[in-house]
Structure formats: structure tokens, C-alpha cells
Design a binder for this molecule. Structure first.
Ligand code: ADP
Ligand code: ADP
Length: 227
């Protein structure tokens, strides 16, 4: 069975077609790489799967429920309770410390501040961030900031982690370190990962890879059995 699925998703931005009948499924626990050229519709597809955008036609399913027919308040609650997000840039709130940034999803879900911060801190050692709890984003390197963003995405133990070019702003060595941690954490937690990337080295971390061209998902090229 699958956990997330797009069926014949079509979406245009004005006259610009972004999705033209995209079909994609991710099974529970798998790490799926979505690759393809710039402008092919990868981010739009991820945003539809994550309930951020609603396609003009077609269906989006999550865990046996159709989500594209739900209203924004329902989708927003679902994103908060089930999904984590990592993007390329600008993810941390600059006014907050690293540990406050990580605690944010728990605080938004109405956890008590002390327990949210304790849970947030527990991720620092795991991601090699010891000692950085009190720093603000301006005082972190790019790789450190991206690991803090990863901790924030995982702290609420999401069922699905949506990662859109998570290493796009990092040099290749730092990017590989972040991907190692992302994949290891996701495997430990059994998180399903939908990973958008145009970098083959990043896609190589996935169990399975699909390619998007002109708003359609072409049949997969690679199935990796290592996990
Ligand atoms: P990718 O992630 O593969 O680079 P996108 O999904 O970002 O592709 O974009 C698909 C197409 O939709 C592109 O032609 C892009 O310019 C266009 N597009 C994406 N987002 C918007 C937007 N908010 N407004 C207008 N056009 C957009
Ligand atoms: P990507 O790395 O996915 O190609 P882009 O740089 O194309 O990212 O897009 C970054 C942001 O700008 C996204 O939120 C996307 O929706 C938006 N965007 C992309 N193309 C356009 C466009 N032609 N007009 C307006 N917004 C766009």
C-alpha cells in the first residue's frame, strides 16, 4: 500500500502549466527521490502532496484519505500533525535560538514550553549540534542551520518528511553530511521521505527514484534494494 499519492494531478499558474497529469505514490517508510530538470514541476508536485497547494484537477491522498477536497484549516492541521518540512533556504526564525526553532512545532501543537524545549534539546546530540542550542540562525554555518531545520522537521515525529532541495544551498561535503543524518534519522523513525532534488548524488540516498518531465512523472528508472 501507499501512504501518499497523487493521481492525475493537473495544476497551472495562470497560463503556465506546472503539473500535467502527474501520478506518484510513496509507500510507508520509503525514501523516494523526485528528480528532473528545473521547472519540470517537482516543487509543485511536492506542495500538492503536502497539502500546501490544491491541484486544479486530479486527487491527492494521504493515509487512506483524500486531502485535496479538504479545506485549508483541515489541511493545515494535517500538515502540523503528520508532516515535516525541510527546504533549501530561510527556514529558521532569526529572532529565536536554535533550540526554540526546533521546539516551535511542539509549541504550535500546544505542548508545554518546558517539555517542548527538553524534547528539542534531545535532538541536538543526535544531529551533531551539541553546544549550539542557544545560537541564533545568524550565528550558525549553513550546514548547522540545515541540521537545526532538520531537527525541527523531525521533532514532532512526522509520518512524512517533505524535503525540497535540502542540500541545495550547501557545498557537497556538508550536503552529504546533512543527507546522512536525514536518512539515518528517517530510517530510525520509520519516516516516509519525499525528497525533491536535481542532484544525482542526493537522489542516490533514496530507495527509489522517479523523474518529473513537463509536469508528468515518468516511470521509475531505479529501484534500490539497499536499506
Ligand atoms: P521545479 O521544482 O521542477 O523546478 P516548479 O514546480 O517550481 O518546478 O515549477 C514548475 C513550473 O511552474 C515552472 O514553469 C515554474 O516557473 C512555474 N511556477 C512554479 N511556481 C509558480 C508560481 N508561484 N507562480 C507562477 N509560476 C510558477
Ligand atoms: P526550484 O528550485 O523548485 O526550481 P524556483 O526557484 O523555481 O525553485 O522557485 C522558488 C519559488 O518561487 C517557489 O515557491 C515557486 O513556487 C516560485 N516560483 C517559481 N517560478 C515562479 C514564477 N514563474 N513566478 C512566480 N513564482 C515562481
Amino acid at each position: 500500500g501507499f501512504l501518499v499519492q497523487a493521481r492525475d494531478a493537473v495544476l497551472s499558474f495562470g497560463q503556465t502549466p506546472a503539473l500535467q497529469g502527474a501520478n506518484l505514490s510513496a509507500r510507508a517508510g520509503e525514501i523516494l527521490a523526485v528528480t528532473g530538470p528545473s521547472g519540470s514541476g517537482k516543487s509543485t508536485l511536492l506542495h500538492c502532496l503536502a497539502g500546501i497547494l490544491v491541484p486544479d484537477s486530479g486527487e491527492i491522498w494521504y493515509d487512506g484519505r483524500r486531502i485535496d477536497t479538504q479545506g485549508e484549516p483541515e489541511r493545515s492541521t494535517m500538515r502540523r500533525d503528520h508532516f515535516g518540512f525541510v527546504f533549501q533556504f530561510g527556514q529558521l526564525v532569526p529572532e529565536l535560538t536554535a533550540e526554540e526553532n526546533v521546539a516551535l512545532p511542539l509549541l504550535l501543537a500546544k505542548s508545554r514550553r518546558a517539555s517542548a524545549l527538553a524534547e528539542a534539546r534531545s535532538w541536538f546530540g543526535r544531529l551533531g549540534l551539541d553546544g549550539l542550542e542557544g545560537r541564533r540562525s545568524g550565528e550558525l554555518s549553513g550546514g548547522q542551520a540545515q541540521r537545526v531545520a532538520l531537527a525541527r522537521a523531525l521533532v514532532s515525529r512526522p509520518k512524512v518528511l517533505f524535503a525540497d532541495e535540502p542540500t541545495g544551498a550547501l557545498d557537497s561535503l556538508t550536503g552529504e553530511h546533512v543527507m546522512d543524518l536525514l536518512v539515518a534519522s528517517a530510517r530510525e523513525e520509520g519516516t516516509t521521505v519525499v525528497l525533491v532534488t536535481h542532484e544525482p548524488r542526493v537522489a542516490a540516498y533514496a530507495n527509489r527514484e522517479v523523474i518529473v518531465r513537463d509536469g508528468k512523472v515518468t516511470p521509475l528508472f531505479v529501484e534500490r534494494l539497499t536499506s
